[in-house]
Design a protein around this ligand. Structure first.
Ligand SMILES: Nc1ncnc2c1ncn2[C@@H]1O[C@H](COP(=O)(O)OP(=O)(O)O)[C@@H](O)[C@H]1O
Ligand SMILES: [Mg+2]
Length: 160
């Protein structure tokens, strides 16, 4: 049996993990070290919410800091509850989730649907262009424009 087998018996969780998975009402803080089974708690908890308590998957949001963690979570959930359910869950990084929300509710946010997100390098490049076009005093912007020129050379296009 693989580590996240959907047929896994409850013994696949130790006692504190099982308690955390079963605690579905109200907020819950899991505080534990690296590799101790936090992600397993989250994925089993989501599976429990969907499969046992019949929570619609689109009402569940799981956010991570890195794309790697989001991918891992999505893969584990896919094995636990299937690809179809996983597709409707909100699993992603803070950035990706917020961008998706803004894209979906762009009107409410006062944005065009195809708005662009400028990263640090994009922002420096555009301000650098403005400084140049407006012929702003180099003394006032010197420090900034040096940084901007250096970075804008490797700037990729803004993300959409
Ligand atoms: N109760 C458990 N029994 C067996 N293996 C477990 C258990 N909890 C976690 N694991 C395994 O231990 C490894 C680390 O767990 P993970 O949930 O990724 O930890 P964390 O997110 O805290 O770093 C994974 O391979 C996971 O499947
Ligand atoms: Mg983890």
């Amino acid at each position: 049996m693989t580590e996240d087998d959907p047929r896994a018996p409850p013994s696949d969780l130790n006692e504190p993990q099982a308690r955390a998975v079963a605690a579905t009402e109200g907020p819950l803080l899991v505080f534990a070290g690296a590799g101790s089974g936090k992600t397993r708690v989250i994925t089993y908890r989501v599976a429990h919410l969907v499969a046992t308590l019949r929570v619609p998957p689109y009402r569940i949001l799981a956010v991570t800091f890195t794309n790697k963690a989001a991918g891992e979570m999505r893969a584990r959930l896919g094995r636990l509850v299937g690809a179809e359910v996983t597709r409707d869950l909100w699993v992603g990084t803070f950035h990706a989730t917020c961008a998706r929300l803004l894209r979906r509710y762009h009107k409410a946010a006062g944005l065009e649907r195809d708005f662009l997100i400028y990263d640090d390098a994009d922002q420096r490049a555009v301000v650098g262009r403005v400084i140049k076009e407006q012929k702003l005093a180099a003394t006032r912007c010197g420090r900034f424009s040096r940084a901007s020129t250096k970075r804008s050379r490797k700037a990729a296009g803004p993300s959409r």
